[in-house]
Design a protein around this ligand. Structure first.
Ligand code: NAD
Length: 356
């Protein structure tokens, strides 16, 4: 089993270090190979996704990714910015299905910004399409407006588009995932306004007929945003497009207490995957040793389950995380009165110990 380890920038290096320690403690045979990505790769090689890093990622069974980005790169041309590395990896590896579970651990109910009764027991799975939509649609650009409200003015434009096969495959992923859970899918769209999402809704409905045992409902994205903070436990599997999924999954993150707790998996059709925490490189806390490594450690568990076929090892990691939370250990982002504040490395130490 070959794992490409791409720590990236900011807290990426700190949190990935802890996840690698956990992986190495499992007595499984891995080949781990580390490479630069993001701003670190730009500084060293002049590109956020150097050829060698991309080659390594393509050859590996799975990629363990930290995070990329820092404000200091914001003035670079867009293709050279750190965030392009993650878009490039998604595109080149065909990682079209992004799984973002949002689980509110019993011990962290008080860390959520919502009332405990709204989030206690929360366990939802947001499935976001990852390689289409307005983030990749062409044409896009800046130009002098040929028409519109202000002809002759500078304008910018992007293109929202989805093809039928792209919608079909992500819909199938969602229905299959729902079959392993409580057999409910909510498809989130904006079919009332956007042609792209009318097609989305039509295709998801058609694919839904192949899964008569799974209940399907449809929700407009604005309502979904509202329902996520009003009654989040009503959802089970949510499937949506790239941009809506980007936004809704971050909102869901806060239901669980901290974005520092949320793992994610991005898979292609052969189950090769990229595993990363749902958060970014957190430049505001980078280098301070206070970042929460649990999202990355839980991402490593997802990697074992989805791409490396090691479900028992994944269970072991998840149980260890539950144990350290039960012991009251908390990084500052999830710390509250009566719990013990620890740093990134101490949290890693505790998970290692709890692995037994
Ligand atoms: P962010 O997720 O990095 O940080 C948002 C807030 O959450 C910050 O206050 C940060 O301190 C906190 N936070 C994030 N992860 C944490 C953790 N593990 N433990 C404790 N606190 C944590 O988002 P941002 O500030 O909007 O973006 C920072 C940089 O990250 C930008 O350059 C952005 O482009 C990039 N980014 C990268 C990815 C990625 O690599 N996939 C995703 C999102 C943002």
């Amino acid at each position: 089993m070959k794992i490409a380890v791409l720590p990236g920038d900011g807290i990426g290096t700190e949190i990935v270090e802890q996840a690698v320690r956990v992986l190495n403690a499992l007595d499984l045979k891995f080949e781990l190979e580390t490479a630069l990505v993001g701003g670190a790769a730009y500084d060293a090689h002049g590109h956020p996704l150097p050829e060698a890093t991309l080659k390594l990622a393509k050859e590996a069974d799975a990629v363990l990714f930290g995070a990329v980005g820092d404000w200091k790169y914001d003035t670079l041309d867009r293709p050279l910015r750190p965030e392009q590395a993650i878009l490039g990896l998604r595109k080149n590896l065909g990682l079209f299905a992004n799984f973002r579970p949002a689980i509110c651990y019993e011990q962290l109910v008080g860390a959520s910004s919502l009332k405990p009764e709204l989030v206690a027991g929360l366990d939802i799975l947001i499935i976001r399409e990852l390689t289409g939509d307005i983030y990749f649609g062409q044409p896009r650009g800046r130009r002098v407006s040929p028409d519109g409200h202000f002809p002759g003015a500078e304008e910018a434009f992007d293109t929202m588009r989805y093809s039928r096969p792209e919608i079909e495959r992500i819909a199938r992923v969602a229905f299959e995932a729902a079959r392993k859970r409580s057999k409910r899918v909510t498809s989130v769209d904006k079919a009332n306004v956007l042609e792209t999402f009318q097609l989305w809704k039509d295709v998801v409905t058609e694919i839904g007929k192949e899964y008569p045992d799974v209940a399907l409902d449809h929700m407009y994205v604005d309502n979904a945003a509202m329902q996520l903070v009003k009654a989040p436990k009503k959802f089970d599997v949510v499937v949506t497009g790239n941009m809506f999924g980007d936004i809704l999954s971050d909102a869901a993150a806060m239901l669980t207490g901290s974005i520092g707790m949320l793992p994610s998996a991005s898979l292609n059709s052969s189950n090769q995957g990229l595993y990363e925490p749902s958060h970014g490189s957190a430049p505001d806390i980078a280098g301070k040793g206070v970042a929460n490594p649990l999202a990355t450690i839980l991402s490593a568990a997802m990697m074992l389950r989805f791409s490396l076929n090691q479900p028992a090892a994944a269970d072991r990691i998840e149980a260890a995380v539950q144990k350290v939370l039960a012991q009251g250990l908390r990084t500052p982002d999830i710390h509250s009165q009566g719990t013990t504040k620890v740093g990134t490395r101490e949290m890693g130490d505790a998970v290692l110990k709890a692995l037994g």
